[in-house]
Design a protein around this ligand. Structure first.
Ligand code: ADP
Ligand code: MG
Length: 684
């Protein structure tokens, strides 16, 4: 056979022999679309067919290989009876049975009085060994193909092991000689393997099961490099020259003087960082991180004031209608008596108002536009957009960030804000393309939320407490567990809880759940904001970022189902005013040692970043909020906990090579589907 050509690796899987449109559809379910995906689809185990067993030494229930003489074929004419082939060796007999097979086919692969190799699972039926529908039957001349350890892949309906093997071997046995992007010394010094060797080993030995094997680590290193290289390239493309913003801060000072509080040191520090980016001759591409309630909004508004002072237009985008509305009313308050025009635009804005806004925007008559993602539709044109801020952006991947930067234009600075606590280990691989500002203290007037736990059995003890809260005008969140993915089950559990609470507090209670669409959800949320209802039962995580100044109690059911970081974000929904916030965690079962440990962390700290780090140590990445659910989990092989050293190694490596062109790494980028993100030309 011929080696594949390098460029063919990126061709459609249908280019391989035996893959038609039906099979390619099944393969697609396993994320196998291009030939290179076969390379990345690692075996999870292997089937040992390497030993030829005598018929008197077979083990029932095991997959085994035998060498037997075909004695008799039996094709019953009765429906539902299987075709049966009787075979023997010098120690005994075995029946091979086939359901739904054609006679012609059977006759072909079982020639009477010839020796064949059969490999399959051994059964015992009516006092006799039996194999039904064996994976392999072949003449002796092909026995080398079967008598060996054969890698086992995670397959789906429509593809059996043998079929998949015939496809994957076309690739793995004929890997192209690629231009290795790591030099030999580097590979050796860091105990990695060269690429071709690593891939072969991953498919043809047990290495794929061992995340610490040299070959697996090589793949991990490649994956991290592809990721970091993409970020680095993205950064280069975004951080280009721009016209520096010029301002004295008069407007911003004026606002600060009127604030009912002093900025925290941390707020001042990040504001300085942002302002110096604005004044810089390169575009700002920065993320502002700060725990819930750390006061990111006012920081962003103060920086906006500076850009407005320089007569550029600004845009602020929030993930939901309600949040954007809150920002809008705050902006109106803050910029009152200052001669700028602020508008609010969302998907709900009616036609004529929208038209007017678009018109005025393009003429530069609107200075500051606040809204949802509809701010960035194609039709919307700014006259001189100078600054874009995205609030609670944790659903933005690199691709979206890069698209966004393009939309803003070359003089537009870009700030993202996020309350998602990302552990240090992940920062570089998620936001390596951005500059980072961090608010690490909270306004001192804010009281630390009191966190309590209670067994669910004692739920009845809560009613008087809730009554007391309602009497003093406190509002209450009641979060039901996400039992599983099923919207229906989540709904029914929340509905049941709602019914119970509603019985205790009729007319005070509302319900939102996953089956409601965004609009209906916002309707209920609005009722809650307006205090038409005062207890909100919900399944979904309550919209991040919305200020509910009167919500001071949150009850979280089945709390051990949530990650700590998530619990922390949830409880951050309450106690945002000067009142004491309380969070009650309900537990179904007796708490395990580990749960008690976790609870302690949560009770003792209100630092989301610290909590996220601790959570990571205890539970791994699976439960980190904003990690799994948000599409941030962009590693297939690398695990930041296990491969931390490789992350560091890759970081150093990328820093050394990033000044060079990326042509040398095109293959790598395409292998991990990164090329499209940064528009690498086809290498063919
Ligand atoms: P987040 O960082 O979660 O977006 P917000 O910006 O919504 O937090 O701020 C939460 C609340 O804290 C707001 O009501 C805001 O007015 C208030 N706040 C912001 N900064 C301070 C401060 N330095 N001192 C007191 N309160 C503040
Ligand atoms: Mg916020």
């Amino acid at each position: 056979m011929n080696l594949l050509k390098k460029e063919n690796i990126f061709h459609d899987i249908k280019k391989l022999k035996g893959v038609g449109s039906v099979l390619s559809k099944y393969l697609k379910r396993k994320r196998i679309e291009k030939i290179k995906d076969i390379i990345l689809n690692l075996p999870y185990s292997e089937t040992d067919r390497s030993k030829i067993s005598k018929l008197n030494e077979l083990e029932i229930g095991k997959i085994q290989s035998v060498k037997v003489l075909v004695k008799k074929l039996n094709f019953p004419r009765v429906r539902n009876l299987p075709n049966k082939i009787t075979c023997e060796d010098d120690t005994g007999q075995i029946d091979v049975v086939y359901f739904n097979s054609r006679e012609g086919y059977i006759r072909k692969i079982f020639p009477i009085n010839k020796w064949v190799i059969i490999s399959g699972k051994i059964n015992f039926f009516k006092n006799k060994y039996q194999i039904s529908n064996p994976e392999y039957v072949t003449g002796l001349e092909n026995q080398d193909y079967v008598i060996k350890s054969i890698p086992k892949y995670n397959l789906t309906k429509g593809i059996n092991e043998k079929k998949y093997r015939s496809i994957s071997e076309q690739v793995i046995k004929n890997l192209p000689l690629i231009d290795e992007w790591l030099d030999g010394a580097f590979i050796k010094n860091n105990k990695l393997l060269n690429w071709n060797e690593a891939i072969k080993k991953l498919h043809e030995s047990n290495d794929a099961k061992n995340v610490k094997s040299q070959s697996y680590r090589r793949l991990v290193f490649d994956e991290i490099c592809a990721n970091l290289l993409t970020l680095s390239e993205n950064r280069k493309r975004i951080k280009r020259k721009k016209i520096p913003k010029i301002f004295n801060g008069t407007l911003s000072d004026q606002i600060v003087r009127k604030l009912p509080f002093n900025l925290t040191k941390s707020q001042e520090k990040v504001l300085n960082e942002i302002n110096s980016d604005l004044k810089n001759s390169k575009r700002m591409f920065r993320i502002l991180q700060g725990d819930v309630g750390s006061g990111k909004t006012i920081v962003s508004f103060l920086s906006i004031a500076n850009v407005l002072e320089n007569n550029y237009q600004c845009a602020l985008m929030a993930p939901t209608e309600i949040l954007s509305l809150q920002h809008f009313s705050l902006a109106q308050k803050i910029f009152k008596r200052i001669d700028i025009r602020i508008e609010h635009l969302t998907g709900k804005t009616n036609y004529s108002k929208r038209k007017k806004i678009l018109e005025d925007l393009s003429k530069g008559k609107i200075n500051f536009l606040i809204g949802t993602h509809s701010l960035f539709q194609k039709k919307i044109e700014f006259k001189n957009l100078g600054y874009v801020i995205i609030d609670e952006q944790h659903k933005f991947g690199v691709k979206q960030r890069s698209d966004l930067a393009k939309k803003g234009g070359q003089n537009c600075d870009l700030l993202l804000m996020s309350a998602t606590p990302i552990p240090r280990t992940m920062m570089m691989s998620l936001y390596g393309d951005m500059d980072i500002s961090k608010i690490n203290e909270k306004p001192s007037i804010r009281k630390k939320i009191i966190t309590l736990s209670k067994p669910e059995k004692k739920i009845d003890q809560l009613w008087p407490y809730i009554k007391k809260n309602l009497n003093i005008q406190n509002q209450i969140f009641w979060v039901c567990p996400l039992i599983n993915e099923s919207k229906f089950l989540d709904y029914s559990s929340a509905k049941k809880r709602f019914d119970l609470i509603n019985r205790h507090f009729p007319k005070e209670t509302g319900l939102i759940h996953g089956a409601l669409d965004k609009e209906e959800r916002e309707k209920v949320l609005n009722k809650f904001l307006k205090k038409e209802i005062n207890i909100l039962v919900s399944t979904t995580v309550i919209e991040v970022g919305i200020d509910f100044p009167n919500a001071n109690l949150i009850v979280i059911e089945n709390a051990n189902k949530f990650g700590l970081a998530q619990l922390h974000q949830l409880r951050g929904r309450v106690g945002r005013g000067a009142e004491q916030g309380v969070c009650i965690l309900l537990y179904k079962e007796v708490l395990s040692k580990n749960s008690i440990k976790r609870l302690k962390i949560l009770k003792n700290s209100d630092d989301g970043f610290y909590i996220a780090e601790e959570d990571l140590k205890l539970r791994g990445f699976g439960d980190l909020i904003g990690y799994q659910q948000s599409g941030l989990k962009n590693f297939r092989f690398a695990d930041p906990l296990i491969h931390e050293d490789l992350f560091r190694l890759a970081d150093g490596f990328i820093k050394k090579i990033e000044q060079n062109g990326i042509e040398k790494y095109n293959f790598l980028l395409k292998l991990f589907d990164k090329a499209e993100i940064i528009n690498v030309e086809d290498i063919t």
